[in-house]
Structure formats: structure tokens, C-alpha cells
Design a protein around this ligand. Structure first.
Ligand SMILES: Nc1ncnc2c1ncn2[C@@H]1O[C@H](COP(=O)(O)OP(=O)(O)O)[C@@H](O)[C@H]1O
Ligand SMILES: [Mg+2]
Length: 430
């Protein structure tokens, strides 16, 4: 039997034709004031999980808001079938009426959506009938529906203002010694893959603590972001403890993060930036309890805490040296060699890079990555300002000199204020 001869299939083809005809003969003529057209549309708008999430009112393009979605009486042939996936309802055929309201004028627009199966493999055909000038708005609505159907994994934020964010840094964009990046990633990976079993066998809680230490602007936050992306791709839970709110760096946030981790039932990565700020007198003992593992919380699937600090000298020797408090400390260095400086500058100059920029790049060995980025951004601003076609090595050099002078001036100023004590902590290379 061929595909076309399959009686069920023929029925479905017929079903589609009947709805199409019903739309043309009955639906459109009963709304003569609207300039309606019928078109094939994406099935995403009748995805049941999406419909559930679409809590109206919901902003779409063109100043419209989505208001409601109702199932209406349909021609007899549009049988109601429901498709399920993993026990969840995915699509339901039938006839729907979507309603949108223009927020300024209050005018409403109705979109008729009729869905039926098109083949016996469960392919849907979905017809939409809407005013012709509403098609672009509908497309943007479909786009929103699509985003809801495929939520991208996000980092959970504790504290701060954002509830969650999507990490965007790729591992390859981070310019640091290859060996360092490799060690760090292997450390993280092997904890979650092999480490957990070992902790269990030794009857220990699978809780590991790493510290990334380095002067400001060396890429610690970038590393956290890239590791968050890596972990989310494995469906791990990632929690970012933020001090960017009025409460600041409080132990309560760390405790909250651990609590979420212990209920997660998933391998969990906790990112705790600027650990030094949490070690203030009032709460230091509490934080140390956590690092010691005496704070009672448990996540069988493993919790990895990655803390960062710009000021390791502000962290007590007892924290840094006492075995078991921090399992490993990674020193994140400034740019160490001409190759890395060049790579970094190339990355931030993009198309504007020229080979004769290399000599300027080489002067930037010893500076943190953020400095090189600033030099590049400043140079590109000068190019844009003067509407130049290219960035000369001289202009790049000027940009470098100016930023360096600013930093020197700031350092001198701080040195005076602190009575001769330097504040910028530099971790020595040895
Ligand atoms: N190692 C690096 N590789 C690439 N870019 C870097 C690096 N270090 C710093 N940057 C640039 O400087 C910015 C600030 O770095 P960040 O990760 O916030 O530093 P930190 O957290 O160590 O203070 C980054 O967003 C990036 O643009
Ligand atoms: Mg940082």
C-alpha cells in the first residue's frame, strides 16, 4: 500500500482540505471587515507546554499583547488528538482562537489556528487565518513561543538583582596558559565524573573547593562564566552567589546556595566571587565551617565550589594553608609572554589587527588581560572618532601610553594615600 492509499492518511489529507474550505467559506465571510488571509504556520503555537507558559498579558511585537488562547468548536473532521512525549502532552489538534490586544488603541486581533495530522507519522499541518497586516506580529509571537519551548539553560543567581543569566563566554576566548586551562578543566571534570565515587567510598561528602586567585582583570570571572556554560551543557545545576545588592557579601547567601545544592539531585557548581569579602570578622567563623565541611548539607551528586579572589593577601593564612579548607588554589596570572599578548590583542582588535601591531602588543606583557582589552577598545574608539580606515601602530601605541599613564597616576595616588603601602597586589611568577 502506498502512502497515499493509506486510508488513514487520505482521511487526514481530507481533514486539512475540509478545514481549509471551512475557513474560506465560513470563517472569512463572517468577518468581512478584516482583510484575512490563510497560511500554513508553525506548529509551535499549539505546543501545549508553551500554551501553559504563555501567561497573558504577554508583550509581543508591534505594540500588541497576547491575551488569550481558547479552543473553539471546529468542523467535525478536526478530531481532537493529543500527542504525548515522555508522558507529557505535546500537541493537541483542533481549532484555537488566539487573541491579541493593541496596548495603545485597545483594538483586538483574532487569529484562528486549526491543526490536524497530515501524515500517519504524526506530522501536523497547522493553518492560521489572520489579518494580512498582522502576519509579521504573529511571526514574532511564534518566535517567542519557540524560545519558551526550548529554554536555554541558565545560571541561578542568589543575591543580586537578576534571577538568572545565560553564560556566554567560550573556553577558547580565554587567553591563559594552555596548561593552566587544561588543569582547571580536568580538575572540574574529574571531580564530577570520577571524584564523587571516591568521596563516597571514603565516606566523605562529595564537596570540593577551588580558589582562583589573581590581580583584578586576569580573567577569573571569565573562567567562572565559561565553566558555568560547560556545566550547564552537562545539565548540572549552576549557582552564582552575587554580592551585587544591598546585603552585600553575607554568609546567608552561601548558606542559601548550599541549601539549593543539597536539594538539587544533580551535580552542582557554586560560583562564589570575591571570597575575601565574605571573610569579615562577624561571619568568618561561619564561612570557615562551610569550607571545613562541618556545615551540615549534603548533595550525593557532588557540589563543587569555585571561589575567586583579587586579594588573596586578605584571606587568612589559616584558610589558604590549612589542608581541607581549600582543595586547590589556581593562580591566574597576568599576560606572561609576547605570544599571549599578541593573541589577546588580535582577539579584541578583530578586523583592525595588523601585523605591525605585534611590537605594541609585546610591551603589554606583565599586564592583566583586561588592560589589553582596554587598550584595544580605546584604540578602536579613536579610529571610529576620526573615521579612519585602519588602525596604525602609532595610534595603538598612543592608546597604550595613555592607559598606562592613567594606571601609573592612579597607583601613585593610592601609594601616597596609603603611606607608602602599595595596594595593587601582584602575585609573583615563582
Ligand atoms: N585571560 C583573558 N583572556 C581574554 N580576555 C580577558 C582575560 N582576562 C581579562 N580579559 C578581559 O577583561 C575583562 C575582565 O576580566 P575578568 O574576567 O572580569 O577579570 P577578573 O575577574 O580576574 O577581575 C574580561 O571580560 C575580558 O574582556
Ligand atoms: Mg572578577
Amino acid at each position: 500500500m502506498t502512502h497515499r492509499d493509506d486510508p488513514q492518511n487520505v482521511n487526514q489529507m481530507l481533514g486539512m482540505e475540509i478545514i481549509g474550505r471551512w475557513i474560506e467559506k465560513e470563517w472569512i465571510p463572517s468577518r468581512p471587515e478584516d482583510d484575512l488571509i490563510t497560511l500554513w504556520i508553525d506548529e509551535i503555537s499549539i505546543n501545549q507546554a508553551v500554551i501553559k507558559k504563555l501567561q497573558p498579558p504577554f508583550d509581543v511585537d508591534g505594540g500588541y499583547q497576547f491575551e488569550a488562547c481558547d479552543i473553539i468548536d471546529s468542523p467535525a473532521v478536526v478530531a481532537i488528538h493529543a500527542a504525548t512525549y515522555n508522558g507529557e502532552l505535546t500537541y493537541r489538534t483542533g481549532t484555537y482562537l488566539f487573541r491579541f490586544r493593541h496596548t495603545d488603541s485597545g483594538a483586538t486581533v483574532e487569529v484562528l489556528v486549526a491543526a490536524t495530522y497530515h501524515t500517519d507519522h504524526g506530522d501536523l499541518v497547522v493553518l492560521g487565518c489572520m489579518p494580512e497586516d498582522f502576519v509579521a506580529v504573529w511571526r514574532s509571537f511564534e518566535h517567542e513561543c519557540d524560545r519558551m519551548a526550548h529554554p536555554r539553560a541558565r545560571v541561578t543567581v542568589i543575591g543580586g538583582r537578576a534571577g538568572s543569566f545565560e553564560p556566554m563566554v567560550s573556553w577558547d576566548d580565554i587567553v591563559l596558559p594552555d596548561q593552566l586551562k587544561k588543569d582547571l578543566l580536568e580538575d572540574v571534570d574529574s571531580f564530577f565524573t570520577k571524584g564523587i565515587g571516591i568521596y563516597h567510598r571514603l565516606n566523605l561528602k562529595p564537596f570540593r573547593k577551588l580558589l582562583l586567585a589573581g590581580v583584578p582583570g586576569t580573567g577569573k570571572t571569565m573562567l567562572c562564566n565559561a565553566l558555568a556554560k560547560w556545566a550547564l551543557a552537562r545539565d548540572y545545576l549552576v549557582i552564582y552567589v552575587s554580592s551585587a545588592d544591598q546585603a552585600g557579601s553575607t554568609f546567608g547567601k552561601i548558606q542559601h546556595a548550599l541549601h539549593v545544592a543539597s536539594n538539587a539531585n544533580k551535580p552542582t557548581l557554586i560560583l562564589l566571587e570575591e571570597l575575601d569579602a565574605y571573610l569579615h570578622e562577624q561571619e568568618k567563623a561561619l564561612v570557615l565551617n562551610v569550607l571545613d565541611g562541618s556545615e551540615s548539607f549534603d548533595n550525593e551528586c557532588g557540589t563543587l565550589l569555585i571561589a575567586t579572589t583579587n586579594y588573596p593577601e586578605a584571606i587568612d593564612e589559616r584558610v589558604l594553608r590549612r589542608p581541607g579548607r581549600l582543595d586547590r588554589i589556581y593562580i591566574i596570572p597576568e599576560i606572561r609572554d609576547p605570544d599571549a599578548a599578541e593573541r589577546m590583542l588580535r582577539q579584541y582588535l578583530g578586523d583592525m589587527w595588523q601585523d605591525n601591531h605585534a611590537e605594541v602588543a609585546h610591551k603589554m606583557v606583565g599586564f592583566p588581560g583586561a588592560f589589553i582589552r582596554e587598550v584595544a577598545v580605546y584604540a578602536l574608539t579613536l579610529v571610529a572618532h576620526d573615521d579612519l580606515k585602519e588602525l596604525s601602530a602609532d595610534l595603538l601605541s598612543t592608546s597604550y601610553q595613555r592607559l598606562k599613564e592613567q594606571i601609573d597616576a592612579r597607583d601613585n595616588f593610592l601609594k601616597h594615600r596609603r603611606n607608602g603601602n602599595t595596594v595593587g597586589f601582584r602575585i609573583s611568577d615563582n
